[in-house]
Design a protein around this ligand. Structure first.
Ligand SMILES: [Zn+2]
Length: 427
């Protein structure tokens, strides 16, 4: 019994009309010439010069479909301010994240919510395959999600995408207000055998001390600190063990050079770290400050926050150590110790904020807040097509054979084949 495609509207937002593009009648593949400065400024390697501005998709960090006039190829882009990033290879990326979630589940203790993420049906819901016509993406609806930025490669990717767009928005607003935006990286001396939970506790205590008392007041005034966004990250190095560190964007209303900010910040960080019971941070490398361009590149290249490390991985670099994602991959390749390290990391980071905005900053920059749970619970799009409904038995079979991403790939490329696949799946 094949289900008819039906348009359904999810969420409490006002309904939006999904447009087919190029024209649904299969007619001309001509597109509206670019009319905004954004597109004109794209330049080499950026958005093709022809795209349909009406398909900019506000709820989703501004996704745009573009047509390459020469090849006729339709590509997908994320546009934010003057920046743009081509979204490609999403099927390989998705299959990889699903596979890594399977590995993570095996390493996590019973009762950990990531073990149910994308596996268990929500009470009183049907499991459905939906597709967003604007994004051309398929996704499951009706399954539990864990919203863990630390443990779950699937949820981490979704949270990270949304958070990156928010941080970019914050940078744009801050610049419009005349604030300078600097990136500071804070590290502490660490060694093999350090307890990661203890390091985390002391690092957060040290950060809290930055702002405390008369010293904190003086520190803020000296650099003109109006607010910050802090990200927590960690890597594991074979020689020096756990390496937790903070990256923070500083929003300043002074005209100091990065070098001047670094001088003030290093002094304060050293004092606070020692007071929190940590060894003295390195005078040169304990606190590094980079200027605006560097800060923006760091955010826009997707290096923001550990979720990115969990979803995209890093270049293999022994000096930098392994990201949590690399620990998962190494475990997959037979490295048992990497699996134990991943489990230890998840336990230690549980409940920690991955990204923290200082009080009042969201109001100052008019950037609204969604919790991690709200982000992952949000449907991928507000207007989606129902392609198929999956019974519990069918789902069990799909899940056991780890064919979740196969179903979504088919839904995106050949909905009829997708429905046939679900109907024919052997329990
Ligand atoms: Zn999850």
């Amino acid at each position: 019994m094949a289900l008819q495609d039906a348009h359904i509207n999810i969420g409490d937002h006002s309904p939006k009309v999904a447009r087919a593009w190029p024209a649904g009648d299969g007619g001309t593949r001509s597109a509206t010439p670019a009319t905004t400065g954004q597109a004109q400024a794209a330049g080499a390697g950026g958005l093709p010069s022809v795209y349909t501005p009406e398909l900019i998709h506000p709820p989703h960090g501004n996704h745009v479909q573009a047509l390459d006039a020469e090849t006729g190829e339709v590509t997908f882009w994320q546009v934010s301010g003057t920046r743009q990033r081509q979204l490609k290879g999403h099927r390989e990326g998705r299959a990889k994240r699903y596979a890594l979630r399977w590995i993570a589940r095996r390493l996590l203790p019973k009762g950990h919510k990531t073990r149910k993420c994308g596996a268990w049906r929500l009470p009183n819901m049907d499991i459905q395959v939906l597709k967003s016509p604007a994004l051309q993406r398929a996704y499951f609806h009706g399954l539990q999600v864990c919203a863990s930025p630390w443990a779950c490669p699937v949820c981490a990717a979704k949270i990270s995408e949304r958070r990156t767009a928010e941080v970019q928005e914050a940078i744009d607003r801050a610049k419009a207000l005349g604030l300078s935006v600097y990136l500071v990286t804070l590290t502490i001396p660490h060694g093999l055998g350090d307890d990661i939970a203890d390091l985390l506790h002391r690092m957060h205590a040290a950060w809290a001390k930055l702002n405390q008392g008369k010293g904190g007041e003086k520190f803020r005034a000296r650099i003109g600190l109006r607010g910050h966004i802090r990200a927590l990250e960690v890597t594991y190095g074979q020689l020096h063990g756990w390496h937790p560190h903070f990256h923070a964007l500083l929003f300043l209303d002074t005209e100091l050079t990065p070098g001047q900010v670094q001088q003030v910040f290093t002094e304060r960080w050293q004092r606070c770290a020692v007071r929190a019971g940590l060894p003295l941070p390195h005078a040169e490398f304990g606190c590094q400050v980079d200027g605006g361009d560097h800060a923006e590149r760091y955010v826009s290249k997707g290096g923001w926050g550990l979720a990115e490390e969990l979803t995209k991985g890093q270049a293999k670099d022994g000096r930098k150590g392994r990201s949590p994602r690399q620990l998962l991959e190494d475990y997959q390749n037979g490295d048992k110790q990497a699996g134990a390290l991943f489990a230890r990391y998840v336990e230690a980071f549980h409940g920690r904020r991955q990204l923290y905005w200082s009080n009042g900053l969201r109001a100052l920059l008019s950037v609204a807040e969604l919790t991690d749970e709200e982000i992952v619970a949000k449907p991928d799009d507000e207007v989606s097509m129902l392609l198929a409904t999956i019974t519990d038995d069918q789902w069990k079979a799909i899940y056991r054979k780890r064919q979740e991403s196969v179903v979504l790939d088919l839904a995106e490329t050949d909905p009829d084949a997708c429905r046939a696949f679900i109907q024919g799946v052997e329990p």
